[in-house]
Design a protein around this ligand. Structure first.
Ligand code: FES
Length: 126
């Protein structure tokens, strides 16, 4: 199985990996077929993602796509971030081997879950 150089780079040197104190939204998702899990935390100001972190327990493709989705979502409005798809994440990484495509779903779903969590907390506060 061949990973692109970019996938290997994002796997070996993931950007935005870790946790933050007092995130505004947290998304936790899992891939039922393999058991891999990811958490995304976001900081939101004026409806825009100003900081974002991830932690993924999973395969190289899951880690690389998690890292890439945090790069793509940073500084986007929440609505713009919701438009990001796992295909876009995959394209930015120069593609994934076909049997690893499903791994990129974690990234898209984790971001969506973090935004939903943020929005549900806002509704609770209003
Ligand atoms: Fe589980 Fe890749 S094998 S996300």
């Amino acid at each position: 199985m061949e990973y692109s150089d970019k996938v290997m780079d994002y796997f070996m040197n993931p950007k935005n990996m870790g946790t933050m104190e007092e995130p505004d939204g947290v998304g936790e998702v899992g891939n039922p077929s393999c058991g891999d899990q990811m958490t995304i935390q976001i900081k939101v100001e004026d409806d825009r993602i100003v900081d974002i972190k991830f932690k993924t327990f999973g395969c190289a493709a899951a880690i690389a796509t998690s890292s890439m989705v945090t790069e793509l979502a940073r500084n986007k409005t929440l609505d713009e971030a919701l438009q990001l798809t796992n295909q876009e994440v995959e394209e930015e990484l120069g593609g994934l081997p076909p049997i690893k495509r499903h791994c990129s779903l974690l990234a898209e779903e984790g971001l969506e879950a973090a935004i939903e969590n943020y929005r549900s907390k806002q509704e609770g506060n209003s």
